[in-house]
Ligand binder design. Structure first.
Ligand SMILES: [Zn+2]
Length: 257
C-alpha cells in the first residue's frame, strides 16, 4: 500500500506503516529565482516529482509521502526581500524533529527528496545525524543533481546553470504552464569563473557564495532557450531515474558483520 502519511488516521498507522515502508520527505524552497520565475520553483518541482513517484511506484512499493517541507535553508538568497529561509541550525532541528516522529512508526527508511541545491551539504549531514540519533536508514535524492554538487548543466551555460537556468526554467515551464515570464529571461553565466581550475562550481575547492555575488538579477545560468518540451523530457527522465533509485533504496540494508 502507498499514499500520503497525512491521510492516514492516527490509530491506523501501525496497520499501514511497516518496516517495509519507505517514507519520502520532499524538500523545496521559497526563494528568489530571478525576474522570470516565481519563488516557489523548488517547492513545486520537489512536490510534483514526489507526486509522480507515488503514481509510478505506488502499486509495487510501500511508499508514503510526508507533506512537502516548503521552506528550507536559502540564506544565499535572503538579500532578496521575501525569500523565506531557516538558519542552518533551525533547518537541522526541523529535520531532526521530523525524523524523530517518523521513528515512532515501524518505518526504517527515510528518503529526503531535495529540490533546492543550497540544501545539499546540510542534508548530507542530516542523513548521518538522523542515522545516529534515531537509527533510521537515511537517503538523499535529487530530481537533478545540482552542478555545484557534481551534477551537470548545458555546455552553453559552461556547466554553471545552477539557479533559474535552462533546465530548471524548462521543468517549471512544463509543470506550471504560463507562469514563466520568458520576456524577462536573459543570459547570466559567470564566464570568468570557467577559466578557474579549482575554484568553481563542482570544483575541488569549495567556496561560500550568495546569488547576488554573480549579479543583481539573482539567477545563474541561461534560461533564454527554456521550453516546456525540454522540461517534460527532463522531468520524465528524472522520475524514471528516481524510480530506480527508490527501488534500490527499498531493498537497501546493512549486512550483518
Ligand atoms: Zn531552484
Amino acid at each position: 500500500m502507498s499514499g500520503r502519511l497525512a491521510d492516514i488516521t492516527g490509530p491506523n498507522i501501525p496497520e499501514k506503516i511497516s518496516d517495509e515502508s519507505v517514507i519520502l520527505l520532499p524538500v523545496g524552497a521559497i526563494e528568489q529565482h530571478g525576474p522570470h520565475l516565481p519563488m516557489s520553483v523548488d517547492t513545486v518541482i520537489a512536490e510534483e516529482t514526489s507526486n509522480a513517484l507515488l503514481d509510478s511506484l505506488g502499486n509495487e512499493m510501500d511508499l508514503w509521502l510526508l507533506p512537502t517541507l516548503s521552506i528550507s535553508k536559502s540564506n544565499e538568497h535572503t538579500w532578496s526581500p521575501g525569500t523565506l529561509s531557516y538558519s542552518s541550525n533551525t533547518m537541522m532541528s526541523v529535520l531532526d524533529d521530523i525524523a524523530k516522529c517518523v521513528s515512532t512508526t515501524a518505518a526504517r527508511r527515510l528518503v529526503i527528496l531535495n529540490g533546492h541545491g543550497g540544501n545539499t551539504s546540510l542534508l548530507i549531514t542530516a542523513c548521518r545525524d538522523i542515522r545516529v540519533a534515531h537509527g533510521l536508514l537515511t537517503f538523499l535524492v535529487h530530481p537533478s543533481v545540482p552542478p555545484a554538487s557534481g551534477g551537470t548543466s548545458t555546455e552553453e551555460e559552461m556547466g554553471m546553470g545552477i539557479h533559474g537556468g535552462l533546465n530548471e526554467t524548462s521543468v517549471f515551464a512544463y509543470l506550471r504552464p504560463g507562469e514563466v515570464q520568458m520576456e524577462k529571461a536573459i543570459r547570466r553565466v559567470p564566464e570568468w569563473m570557467a577559466e578557474n581550475k579549482w575554484v568553481k562550481f563542482g570544483g575541488k575547492v569549495q567556496f561560500g557564495w550568495t546569488s547576488k555575488d554573480f549579479g543583481i538579477e539573482g539567477f545563474i545560468g541561461d534560461p533564454t532557450g527554456a521550453n516546456p518540451e525540454l522540461g517534460k523530457e527532463l522531468f520524465e527522465s528524472a522520475v524514471e531515474s528516481l524510480s530506480g533509485q527508490l527501488r534500490e533504496i527499498s531493498r537497501f540494508d546493512f549486512q550483518e558483520n
